[in-house]
Ligand binder design. Structure first.
Ligand SMILES: C[S@@+](CC[C@H](N)C(=O)[O-])C[C@H]1O[C@@H](n2cnc3c(N)ncnc32)[C@H](O)[C@@H]1O
Ligand code: SF4
Length: 379
């Protein structure tokens, strides 16, 4: 039986946040029934590629999938169940924005089969939510978390830190508050200024004021890890924290280089077929993707067989993000590779990594330099 995860990308949002470079678009009208048919046609096409697949996790990401009508989510899941066998303890997540309209749908999402909700809170400070261009306020964010907790067995929410004009003390207080809500999971991202976003353009003109310097960024990261750890939230990945056994199975599958089908505009996928590994990306433009899907086309932009080197590099890049670390014996068995001993010893001496029981782990001090460490190991 082939274990897989399914990622469904809903590419629409009510407005575009100034920091966001996800494949999200604002449209006046979206005919959701057409999208349902497009996804279902795509799913049917993929069935011919995977023999005997078993779905372990499903993730509705975006965009803003909480703009989907619950009956569309339900029909989509029904469609998947028709073709694929489903793991007993399947995890089915949906990303939600915390507006009051979307909160009202929570119960119907749960009835449709969603058992994990991930809420895009971003901040509990109204002035900062405005700076981030969000449409909700802190009261709605809190109410989404509280209502969601009573409905879903697993609730996560996202916060962005390292925001404009945010001091270390501000963030510590906000994080303590977030932790006091005892969600099962937290995703805590440092604000990244991406090219081709409104923030990126302001930054290039020197008009994005109040961003943290490198030293403050480092302190914010370290403090985030320390506070979460001391309150029972295990930092199991660079930006993800979970209470005992509440890690997001879907994302762990990505980081462990498992198979996953990406369906929807811009979604990525990876799969193994006849001992070969493939990667692909769906067409990004929503309308082009939908048209192609209607014409029984996989609507894929790029599809390629991954070379052993590509696969190895992905295995290392992803594995180093996980706190449990990278299995050196698995790396040797699967790729016939070992890291340069001199580089390993130097990274150990600097206190950036440790190796125990053949697992290479990036230590707290090294996590802020993850890109550098990865590059060193891959040279
Ligand atoms: C797919 S996105 C958004 C889901 C949902 N539409 C929302 O905005 O709440 C997932 C998460 O990535 C984070 N994110 C997006 N862009 C970011 C950026 N430039 N810097 C840091 N975090 C970012 C946000 O926390 C966001 O909730
Ligand atoms: S951050 Fe979320 S709501 Fe904002 S544009 Fe991106 S995907 Fe849409």
């Amino acid at each position: 039986m082939n274990n897989i995860s399914i990622y469904l990308h809903w590419p629409f949002c009510e407005s575009k946040c100034p920091y966001c470079d996800f494949n999200s678009h604002v449209r006046e009208k979206v005919v959701q029934e057409d999208w349902l048919q497009g996804y279902l046609k795509n799913i049917r096409l993929w069935v011919s590629i995977f023999q005997n697949p078993k779905i372990k996790t499903i993730y509705f990401g975006g965009g803003t999938p909480s703009l989907m009508e619950p009956n569309i989510v339900s029909d989509l899941l029904e469609g998947l169940y028709k073709y694929y066998s489903i793991s007993n303890n399947i995890e089915i997540s949906l990303e939600a924005n915390p507006s009051s309209v979307e909160i009202k749908k929570f119960r119907d999402y749960a009835s449709a089969g969603i058992n994990r909700i991930s809420i895009g809170v971003q901040s509990f400070v109204d002035k900062d939510l405005r700076l981030l261009g969000r449409r909700h306020n802190s009261k709605e964010a809190l109410s989404a978390v509280e209502i969601g907790k009573n409905i879903f067995e697993n609730l996560s929410f996202d916060l962005i830190y390292g925001r404009q004009f945010q001091s270390l003390l501000d963030w510590e207080k906000e994080l303590q508050f977030a932790i006091s809500l005892r969600s099962q999971h937290l995703s805590l991202y440092q604000l990244t200024v991406e090219n081709n976003t409104a923030f990126g353009k302001l930054f290039d003109k020197g008009k994005l004021k109040g961003l943290p310097c490198d030293e403050l960024s480092r302190k914010l990261f370290m403090t985030t890890n320390d506070i979460c750890y001391s309150h029972g939230y295990k930092p199991y990945e660079i930006s993800n924290f979970a209470l005992d056994k509440q890690e997001c199975k879907h994302n762990v599958n990505y980081w462990k280089c498992g198979n996953f089908l990406g369906i929807g505009p811009g979604a990525h996928g990876r799969y193994q077929f006849n001992q070969k590994r493939f990667s692909y990306e769906n067409i990004k433009n929503p309308e082009t993707w939908l048209n192609k899907s209607f014409n029984e086309d996989l609507a894929i932009n790029i599809k390629k067989r991954m070379s052993d080197l590509d696969h190895f590099e992905e295995f290392v890049i992803m594995g180093l993000r996980l706190s449990e670390g990278l299995s050196l014996s698995k790396m040797h068995k699967n790729f016939g590779k070992r890291f340069d001993e001199k580089i390993l010893q130097e990274l150990i001496r600097l206190g950036f990594i440790e190796i125990a029981s053949n697992q290479l782990k990036v230590l707290q001090k090294g996590k802020v330099l993850l890109n550098y460490i990865t590059k060193q190991l891959l040279t």
